[in-house]
Design a protein around this ligand. Structure first.
Ligand code: AMP
Ligand code: GLY
Length: 433
């Protein structure tokens, strides 16, 4: 099977590794990163140029395109590929609105009785009305830009002043067109977890549950990030909660999307908020795998990922490709560059990845996120930092404690200037487990 993988982050490195373990797979990747390109041929194409990409797929006889990030989906890449009869794992532009428009997602959930926070949507012509609504809303209140804002469009405001500032900033163009409409939402108390459902438009298979760690600091303090670590499976998602989420959230979402003419094919990411009574509501949908949860979730998947994703892409989900979604427990600790999630330095040399993987007897995989190869003056190449989140050090163990210990042991071998990480990844799960 010839597969083209789109993307360049840690999530895609984890996908590349797992896909390459499937029998008879030849993998290409664009844009890729130094980690991904250990498993994949580099497709020298501009992924925003759909014609160019289609030509590549034709020439390379691509059997399956797997789209990692949200931007190409929102740009209609899956539609253009399907129009030329290529099998693609990733939703159409319309189906991807579950992620690319929070207003669409909220209205959809309301139409289909899917549990989520109470909300109202305002457009830029309703600025005054929105201010009045926010000013009398119980606190905390959540203000969200409608469109894709790279995870920065959400404000959980503890005061009305802060809420109004967030509202004004969105309408003043802080998030560009993403903030033309905003969602004002009730605050939900509880603990978050992530579920990934592999969907063929009608049927689905839920992978191991996971928990992300979004704040930069230990104990969930400081600024929000893209995610500083994850572990899977997450004990907070009990068998009961998983069944509820499948019956009351995932299944009706797939039915609703199909009924509305936009069947969802791809990975449906359900961000859950679970309250103390075990009730789960949707915080957000994404139309793709999560990062860094994927690094942990695929690490405990026992199965043939290439055939699973291909079966979903052709509308004929084959659950028999998977032996177990949770064989073992995995923990991924993100190593970020100093300054993240703000401005970071780039170009610092990274050493010790091989040692970290070698000394763990195969228990540890180090996934590249923000790295690049630098041509040194002596004609060799060195690995350098090239982004905020640099690496995802991911271990598999028999218990969560074991997985955590292996990840942190491996981290000690890896060096780059300004290496920053949380020391408590997985601890939430230890308390539950
Ligand atoms: P989102 O991009 O919608 O996932 O929001 C980013 C983060 O903001 C989530 O992961 C939550 O931590 C928080 N958040 C969003 N909406 C709510 C809500 N209604 N209640 C509590 N926290 C929320
Ligand atoms: N880890 C959160 C996300 O991928 O959106």
């Amino acid at each position: 099977m010839n597969i083209l993988l789109i993307g360049s982050g840690g999530r895609e490195h984890a996908l590349a590794k797992k896909l390459s373990q499937s029998p008879n797979v030849k993998l290409c990747a664009a844009p890729g990163n130094p980690g991904i390109l250990q498993f994949a041929h580099h497709a020298h194409i501009d992924i925003t140029e759909h014609e160019e990409l289609l030509d590549f797929c034709e020439e390379a006889s691509i059997d399956l395109v797997v789209v990692g990030p949200e931007a190409p989906l929102a740009a209609g890449l899956a539609d253009d590929l399907r129009a030329k009869n290529f099998a693609v794992f990733g939703p159409s532009r319309d189906a991807a609105r579950l992620e690319s428009s929070k207003a669409f997602a909220k209205d959809f959930m309301l139409r289909h009785g899917i549990p989520t926070a109470q909300y109202r949507v305002f457009n830029e012509h309703q600025h005054h009305e929105a201010r009045e609504y926010v000013a009398s809303h119980p606190l905390p209140v959540v203000i969200k830009a409608d469109g894709l804002a790279a995870g920065k469009g959400v404000t959980v405001a503890e005061t009305h002043r802060h809420a109004l500032e967030a509202l004004d900033a969105a309408f003043d163009g802080k998030f560009g067109t993403a903030g033309r409409s905003i969602v004002v939402e009730e605050f939900m108390d509880g603990e978050e977890a992530s579920l990934f459902a592999i969907c063929d438009g009608e049927n689905f298979l839920t992978l191991a549950s996971a928990q992300d760690h979004k704040r930069i600091g230990d104990g969930d303090t400081g600024e929000n990030t893209g995610g500083m670590g994850a572990y899977a499976p997450a004990p907070i998602v009990t068998t009961e909660i998983l069944r509820e989420a499948e019956e009351r959230i995932i299944a009706p979402t797939l039915r609703g999307m199909k009924a509305e003419g936009h069947p969802f094919v791809g990975c449906l990411y359900v961000g859950l908020m679970i309250d103390t009574s075990g009730n789960a509501r949707v915080v957000e949908f994404n139309a793709r795998f999560g990062d860094p949860e994927t690094q942990a979730v695929l690490n405990v998947l026992d199965g043939d990922l290439a055939r699973l994703l291909h079966s979903a892409a052709i509308g004929n989900l084959d659950r028999s490709t998977v032996q177990s979604v949770a064989s073992g427990v995995s923990c991924c600790v993100v190593l970020a560059a100093s300054g993240y999630p703000g401005e970071v330095r780039r170009g610092d040399e990274i050493t010790g990845i091989e040692d970290a993987e070698k000394t763990s007897n195969g228990a540890v995989s180090v996934f590249h996120a923000g790295t690049m190869l630098h041509d040194d003056v002596d004609g060799t190449q060195s690995l350098r930092t090239h982004g905020g989140r640099v690496l995802g050090v991911t271990a598999k163990g028999t218990t969560l404690e074991d997985a955590i210990e292996q990840s942190y042991k491996a981290i000690k071998h890896i060096h780059f200037r300004g290496k920053t990480y949380r020391t408590d990844i997985g601890q939430k799960g230890m308390k539950k487990g």
